[in-house]
Design a protein around this ligand. Structure first.
Ligand code: HEM
Length: 478
């Protein structure tokens, strides 16, 4: 019966593997779903459907198929498939709220207030200080002859760049031994818990039982984050009562909007907590893993490394620190970042979408209730779009106008359409600023045995696609 129900070809569903009873095609996913789904798409096509447990899952694996979901039928697919582990958090979360007036009001605040260029410009001096601290920290490690764990220092720095933008304050420190304060540990744990496969998501009928305990575990982690956010909010409210000067960071802007009585967005305490959880959760690991992969690729591609450093030496020079406004003048660096996104998209399947109505796409019916993955990892390695797809070749982007804003479906690491990443303007600034600073102040080399044996490029699939074996490299100040 499950076979007949599941195998939907007769009902005009997109082609896909034959499901097994009960589990459907879950057994085909393995621990690298982006890769398994890419392999399956080679057999079944760029629009594929499969049964993952009890849930019809549709996977788009080409720019044309992605465009159908994210542009042509964007309104229908602009709801999320909410993971069970999100629990109560999903009620006020920008990431998980459905496309309804409240979500739209929150997105509007993001676009016109928080991530608007003039707001980001006004807070860039705080980020400049953080990047200077990173450079000092790497300098200290270099003097001690210690290797730099790139992902770890990048993660701490990204957390602090975000927390300066939101609270005008650090929430963690590079100088913590091991580089991870409590706050950072919680964020990392949330990413792990959020990225682990959960029976509840494949068999919604069992979700109430939370069999693997992910909802409870995440609930506890969120509560710890919320305590930190509460302290920040309470301190700020006290400061405002006593007439303290405004900082005009994200917290001030949100408190102003709340005072203005924006009822649709409903910026109450729970919503602020959820928003901050979203911003740290969605922003830190994604940005820092981009940096780790970019350095990994550059360290194995000396010609690209030389070009990136030469460009920086010419445009900036090692004496002065890099400003966010310099990024426009660094086309090769931008090409390096795009090439990194192509090969290592931080969110390889985007954040799953969901449809509430039957929809026709490319002649097939996508049944209501389907979960939709856009396999941007597969799209980045498709030889139809990219010649020599496995090769790290930033040059392919020079003279090509791919702007990452979801207008060119060949490269959509931030998604596209209504649900595109609202943090992209900050992410772009952070990633370029940090990468440029690391390259412009130091020369880099791999440890000898890694140089001899090659870098282990294994990926770890989770909420973000991170490097399984951390990249450690030696820096020498220029
Ligand atoms: C390299 C860094 C980043 C990448 C690659 C990235 C990628 C993404 C992707 C693929 C989505 C889903 C888009 C879709 O469904 O079409 C997303 C959503 C989101 N991102 Fe980012 N992101 C990054 C950094 C950030 C930063 C720095 C922030 C904020 C500080 C942020 C906040 C969010 C939020 C709140 C959402 C949910 C939006 C919604 O559902 O309406 N992201 N991001």
């Amino acid at each position: 019966a499950v076979y007949l129900l599941g195998h939907g070809r007769r009902r005009g569903r997109p082609p896909g593997p034959r499901p097994l009873p009960v589990i459907g095609s879950l057994h085909l996913l393995g621990n690298q779903p982006h890769r398994s789904l890419a392999r399956l798409a080679k057999v079944h096509g760029p629009l594929m459907s499969l049964h993952l447990g009890a849930v019809t899952t549709v996977v788009a694996s080409s720019p044309a198929a992605a465009q159908e979901f994210l542009q042509r039928h964007d309104a229908v697919f602009s709801n999320r498939s909410v993971p069970d582990a999100a629990g109560d958090h999903s009620r006020n979360s920008l990431v998980w709220l459905p496309n309804a007036p409240r979500w739209r009001a929150l997105r509007k605040i993001m676009g016109t207030e928080l991530f608007a260029p003039h707001r980001l410009d006004a807070l860039q001096h705080l980020r400049r200080d953080k990047v200077r601290e990173l450079v000092d920290h790497v300098g200290r490690l270099a003097r001690r002859g210690e290797a730099v764990n790139i992902g770890r220092v990048a993660f701490t720095t990204c957390v602090n760049l975000i927390s300066c933008t939101i609270f005008s304050r650090d929430l963690t420190s590079l100088d913590d031994d091991g580089g991870s304060g409590e706050f950072q540990e919680v964020v990392t744990d949330i990413m792990e818990a959020g990225g682990s496969p959960n029976i509840s998501d494949f068999f919604p009928a069992l979700a109430a039982a939370d069999l693997q305990g992910w909802r409870r575990r995440l609930g506890r982690l969120f509560a710890r984050l919320h305590r930190t956010f509460d302290e920040e909010i309470d301190a700020r409210l006290r400061g405002r009562e006593t007439g303290g000067p405004k900082k005009n960071d994200f917290l001030d802007l949100l408190l102003d909007a709340a005072e203005d009585g924006d009822n649709t967005a409903r910026l109450d305490r729970d919503t602020l907590r959820s928003l901050f959880t979203d911003l740290f959760g969605a922003g830190s690991d994604t940005s820092s893993s981009t940096l780790e992969w970019a350095m990994t690729e550059l360290l194995q591609s000396p010609a690209s490394m030389t070009k990136a450093c030469d460009e920086l030496a010419t445009v900036i020079g090692s004496k002065r620190s890099i400003e966010e406004s310099d990024i426009d003048r660094l086309p090769y660096l931008q090409a390096v970042v795009k090439e990194t996104f192509r090969l290592h998209p931080p969110v390889p399947l985007l954040i799953p979408r969901h449809t509430k109505v039957d929809t026709k796409i490319m002649g097939y019916t996508i049944p209501q209730g389907s979960r939709v993955f856009i396999n941007v990892w597969a799209m980045g390695r498709d030889k139809e779009t990219w010649p020599e797809p496995k090769k790290f070749m930033p040059e392919r982007f020079l003279g090509r106008t791919v702007d990452l804003r979801g207008g060119d479906f060949d490269l959509i690491p931030f998604g596209a359409g209504r649900r595109i990443c609202p943090g992209m303007p900050l992410a772009i600034r952070m990633v370029h600023l940090i990468l440029a600073s690391l390259l412009n102040q130091f020369t880099w080399r791999l440890p000898d045995e890694v140089e001899r044996n090659g870098v282990d490029m294994a990926e770890k699939f989770g909420v973000t696609l991170t490097k399984a074996v951390p990249l450690c490299a030696f820096a020498t100040p220029l």
